[in-house]
Ligand binder design. Structure first.
Ligand SMILES: Nc1ncnc2c1ncn2[C@@H]1O[C@H](COP(=O)(O)OP(=O)(O)OP(=O)(O)O)[C@@H](O)[C@H]1O
Ligand SMILES: [Mg+2]
Length: 243
């Protein structure tokens, strides 16, 4: 049984259908990227999987159970860190489930994992963009989700930070066996991180191609194998008229 089974018969905004006929299975521990033109429905699909958007025809199943709204089993990381400016880093990380008890050891473990040990008491305004996004990653992991959804998580940081964050995500996903669904506009990022790259497109939007990236992890940025896979993804984007 796949860990995630996403079926969206229709998603409409008013009279307009933005997604149609999506039937997507994701296996436990898989990293799957969604790429496609602006406005094709990638964020909409991610919001449906997260349980934030329940106004659609279809069903999302996690480990065979129908999802019914937001759950701690699914973490969401956005394009910008969305930290609460008046809370320290530690409180931001533990914020979502503060009512179940604050686990400082867990916060410290996560800060170490994202290379921010000792930043518990820092305020968001004292962090760089890359550091803030690492806090957001730690927050996304705090509740030990089975699935992590990321919507263009690294697009607001510089190129070097971006590569470091990609390496971090690859390591975390592998170490924790987390299933990852990632929206990105960056083909190199998709190919570097993913086991599968899905091209979303069409009107209404749907999965137009599903490309397996059969390369072992950890991977090297700019390796010849990755460049070859990159070519295959660009070809699929041309075929799908995304480019
Ligand atoms: N709340 C909304 N109300 C009405 N239309 C919406 C709403 N949110 C999104 N849309 C429309 O749905 C379509 C899909 O939007 P979505 O945000 O999923 O695209 P996307 O693929 O994530 O684009 P981008 O790459 O620019 O982030 C777009 O045409 C958008 O205008
Ligand atoms: Mg989007």
């Amino acid at each position: 049984m796949s860990q995630l089974h996403i079926q969206v018969a229709h998603k409409r905004y008013g009279a307009r259908t933005v997604l149609e006929g999506v039937n997507l299975r994701v296996e436990r521990g898989e990293i799957v990227s969604l790429i496609g033109a602006s406005g094709c429905g990638k964020s909409t699909l991610l919001r449906i999987v997260s349980g934030l958007d329940r106004d659609y025809q279809g069903v999302v199943q996690l480990d065979g159970r129908k999802l019914d709204g937001v759950t701690r089993e699914i973490g969401f990381i956005f394009q910008e860190p969305r930290l609460l400016p008046w809370l320290h880093v530690a409180d931001n990380i533990a914020f979502d489930i503060a009512h179940t008890g604050y686990n400082l050891t867990r916060v410290q473990e996560l800060l170490e994992e994202v290379d921010l040990a000792g930043y518990e008491q820092a305020l968001p305004k004292q962090l760089s963009g890359g550091q803030a996004q690492r806090v957001a990653i730690a927050r996304g992991l705090y509740s030990r989700p089975k699935v992590l959804l990321l919507d263009e998580p690294f697009s607001a940081v510089d190129a070097f930070t971006r590569i470091r964050l990609q390496n971090l995500l690859a390591r975390i996903a592998r170490d924790h066996g987390i299933t990852v669904l990632l929206v990105t506009h960056d083909v190199d990022e998709a190919v570097f991180l993913s086991d599968r790259v899905l091209v979303i497109g069409g009107t209404p939007g749907t999965v137009l191609s599903d490309l397996e990236i059969v390369l072992p992890h950890p991977r090297e940025h700019e390796s010849a194998d990755l460049l070859q896979q990159r070519g295959i993804v660009f070809e699929a984007l041309h075929t799908a008229h995304v480019l």
